[in-house]
Design a protein around this ligand. Structure first.
Ligand code: FAD
Length: 487
């Protein structure tokens, strides 16, 4: 393998090019047509973006400045359940490690019903960051167009050849893709990566099939609408339940990204717009109207071509999983590309399926709640959970929290999956799926001394620490503003 052609210059194409180029000594060219735009949504990231940042040795402040970004630590769910009007899903690897939270600590909080805010540091609720917040806040919001410009700049700096052309034909041979016919010229290389978004221009020619998750997930449409700058920036994405889906709100520097994700079985673009306008008390302008079928390719890698990004998989915008899966897919590819054979292809495809089924289950879990306000919410609650999710629910009903060993034995767990047991347990708790009475019995079995001196004192002390202002803090907006002012 000495050359790779990537078709498509959205977030997926450019991130994949950069991850591979940093590790492999190959010629990489990316075909990025100036006459076809990017999808223009996708402004929230998971912590996996920080792995990408570190892989490229990028400075946090440069990333924030260039992408007009802000810091993020999770998703604030509003109105998703009757019992908890708001709760923050802030669990990601850094918090867990830094705060030393174990499953037993979560049990203690859950059986004592400590309240939604106890699960997360108070500073997050006050939009305060430490003076050097990057060691904890490892998720980001960004202006997607600025992110794209930044990634193009990084590609050029890393000797990735960006070519302005549009691919019009794909010629095949027994190895897979023989060549790509562009409007300007023909392109040949040893390996091809399809990053053409929902078009799936290359991989569909090789016979990949889309496996729809619509049996489990009901949303299939979204409107996106930007609004102005905010007074201060939340350190989380707002996900507010609406009549027929949910609304996102993402603060970036100078602009707020918003959208309404819904099912077209229950509402349409015009009605969705009216519902939002009533909520916000002002008119909005729809920038994008997007339809999608949640799902993933049966085989993202076939012969000498792999599909990454929207052309390989997309579940829905909840929990901002797509850029994260792209990053995981690219890191996995980096492992398996050298001297690949059919066995490497099979392993890669299996790993990516696991990543996607983990996302599918996690997203479905959010909709299994006690909300019955409209037909949409009544119907999504009647949808049968996937087999894996059913098994997880069985664990919760029996008064136990899910453990990594449960996930491993059920099958949806590997190093690259986005969501681990703590993420699942937290959402299950807020959605009322855990039998907390039985959970108390299970917790009571823990050795008394261990409970008193380690788990309970520790967690109470930890909460105290989290809720008092021990380090110097500043408002999130001021922090971001200073990054721009210093430039
Ligand atoms: C409503 C919505 C909200 C979302 N929110 C989030 C979020 O908060 N967080 C998150 O992680 N993800 C989110 N996503 C997903 C996110 O948008 C994508 O993961 C991300 O933008 C990557 O897209 P892409 O690069 O695969 O595709 P695109 O951005 O569509 O890029 C496709 C590329 O292919 C090129 N192309 C097309 N045709 C040709 C051709 N014939 N020849 C050559 N090139 C061609 C285009 O020019 C473009 O460069 C969201 C998606 C939707 C639909």
């Amino acid at each position: 393998m000495n050359s790779i052609t990537i078709v498509g210059g959205g977030t997926a194409g450019l991130i994949t090019a950069l991850i591979l180029k940093k590790r492999l000594d190959v010629k990489i060219q990316a075909i990025v047509p100036s006459n076809i735009g990017i999808i223009g949504v996708g402004e929230g990231s998971t912590e996996h973006f920080d792995d990408f940042r570190q892989h490229l040795h990028l400075d946090v402040k440069d990333v924030l400045r260039e992408t007009k970004g802000t810091l993020k630590s999770g998703i604030m769910f509003e109105d998703w359940t009757n019992k908890h009007s708001r709760y923050l899903h802030h669990i990601h690897s850094m918090w867990n490690i830094k705060l030393g939270l174990s499953a037993r600590n979560y049990e203690y909080l859950m059986i004592n019903n400590k309240g939604a805010s106890c699960f997360a540091p108070m500073t997050l609720f006050h939009n305060e960051v430490g003076l050097e917040p990057s060691d904890r806040l490892v998720q980001y919001h960004f202006n997607t167009f600025k992110l794209n410009e930044y990634l193009i700049k990084l590609c050029k700096e890393n000797n990735i050849n960006i070519i302005d052309d549009e691919i019009v034909d794909v010629n095949l041979n027994d190895k897979g893709i023989k060549e790509l016919k562009g409007k300007k010229k023909t392109y040949k290389s040893s390996f091809y990566i399809d990053c053409t978004g929902f078009k799936k221009l290359l991989i569909s020619k090789l016979g990949a099939k889309w496996q729809s998750y619509s049996k489990y997930l009901k949303t299939n449409s979204a409107i996106a609408f930007p609004t102005g700058d905010q007074e201060d920036y939340n350190i989380w994405t707002l996900a507010k339940a609406m009549k027929y889906g949910w609304m996102w709100q993402i603060p970036t520097y100078g602009r707020t990204g918003n959208g309404y994700v819904y099912s077209d079985q229950y509402t349409n673009k015009e009605e969705a717009k009216k519902e939002i306008e009533k909520l916000l008390g002002k008119e909005i302008e729809i920038a994008k109207h997007i339809k999608y079928d949640p799902g993933a390719l049966d085989k993202p890698w076939i012969k000498n071509c792999v599909a990454v990004g929207l052309c390989a998989n997309f579940v829905e915008p909840l929990e901002a999983t797509s850029i994260g899966t792209t990053i995981q897919q690219a890191f996995l590819l980096m492992q398996y590309l050298e001297n690949y054979n059919q066995q490497s292809i099979n392993i890669y495809n299996k790993q990516v399926s696991t990543v996607m089924e983990n996302v599918r289950d996690f997203i479905q879990l959010h909709y299994i709640n006690d909300k019955k306000t409209t037909n949409f919410w009544k119907d999504v609650n009647k949808v049968e959970p996937s087999d894996t999710l059913k098994q997880y629910m069985h664990v919760w009903k029996s008064g136990r929290l899910l453990k990594s060993t449960d996930m491993e034995s059920i099958g949806h767990y590997n190093l690259f999956t986005l969501f681990k047991e703590d993420n699942f347990n937290l959402i299950a708790y807020f959605n009322g799926l855990i039998d907390t009475k039985l959970l108390r019995n299970s917790y009571n079995i823990v050795n008394k001394n261990l409970k008193r001196y380690w788990l309970e004192n520790r967690i109470e002390g930890d909460m105290l620490w989290r809720n008092t202002d021990r380090t110097r803090k500043m408002s999130h907006k001021k922090y971001i503003q200073e990054i721009h002012d210093k430039n």
